[in-house]
Ligand binder design. Structure first.
Ligand code: IPD
Ligand code: CA
Ligand code: CA
Length: 262
């Protein structure tokens, strides 16, 4: 992977992070997307998206963009950026922390590199396909295997309800077989935390490409694994998908077999 493009993207993401920290000094107002009080939108979701896309487009006029706050087409040919300007908008509004900027570059649907930036902690996660995962420029080693009974799972109550109501998967039964569960409210950072060995499983009943595009690269580079569940297939263009990320492929398949097969 060309170092210049990675470094340029890093600089942009760090600048966007400063814009968000500055925004939090004042009052942040939010609206509901499509009247859903569980889906917040602030002016900064759009501002950061516009900032990132305009700078990237200026530098790389032929590249395409898939991003949460715009309408996207299905064309994955060539070089395509997949962007979540703020992942974890509820955390951004309510806690002023635990949210991220997520930017990934794909070529013909294949991942090249991704950056997830934890804006308040200042942690920058970089995954480069075939070259490794770096936390603040430090290369990570492979994730240690973890038995199911020692695993911590991240999932939202919303997702647990959807897995049951829409897919008829009573995934809450996994509670008796694992160490515990948490809900960070930010998919990209939860997936990065699997790569760090802090948690082992992330589940979402409706994940979109921009939530996992960058973090998934980071996770893969240290031996983690992710994919669709409930007989769905992953979409890179924004169709919500039943999704699971795990610290290893074997753990992924073990959970799939025990809790998702019908
Ligand atoms: C959300 C967060 C959350 C996940 C939702 C996402 P947003 O991102 O990542 O953890 O459960 O599915 O939509 O909407 O704040 O960018
Ligand atoms: Ca998101
Ligand atoms: Ca978002």
């Amino acid at each position: 992977m060309n170092k210049e493009i990675v470094d340029f993207t890093k600089t942009l993401v760090l600048t966007a992070g400063s814009m968000l920290r500055e925004a939090l000094i004042g009052q942040v107002y939010c609206a509901y997307k499509e009247g859903d009080q569980r889906d917040l939108l602030t002016e900064y979701d759009v501002k950061i998206q516009d900032f990132l896309i305009s700078r990237l487009r200026k530098e790389y006029p032929k590249h395409k963009f898939i991003s949460e706050e715009q309408s996207n087409n299905q064309d994955l040919s060539g070089l395509v950026w997949i962007i979540d300007p703020i992942d974890g908008t509820t955390n951004f509004v309510c806690f002023k922390k635990d949210f991220a900027i997520s930017v990934a570059l794909y070529q013909d649907g294949k991942p090249l590199f991704g950056i997830v930036y934890d804006v308040i902690k200042g942690d920058l996660y970089l995954g480069i396909t075939g070259q490794g995962a770096y936390l603040n420029n430090q290369k990570l080693s492979r994730i240690n295997e973890c038995e199911l009974k020692n695993c911590i799972l991240d999932a939202s109550l919303n997702s647990v309800q959807i897995f049951y109501n829409r897919y008829n998967r009573p995934i809450f039964n996994i509670a008796q077989d694992i160490r515990g569960h948490r809900s960070l409210g930010v998919a990209s950072l939860a997936i990065c935390k699997i790569a760090l060995g802090e948690i082992q499983i992330y589940l979402s009943a409706k994940l979109k490409a921009w939530d996992f595009a960058a973090a998934g690269i980071f996770l893969n580079e240290v031996g983690g694994y992710y994919g669709a569940v409930c007989q769905e297939s992953l979409s890179l263009t924004g169709k919500p998908t039943a999704f699971m990320a795990c610290s290893s492929k074997s753990l992924f398949h073990q959970i799939l077999l025990k809790y998702f097969k019908k």
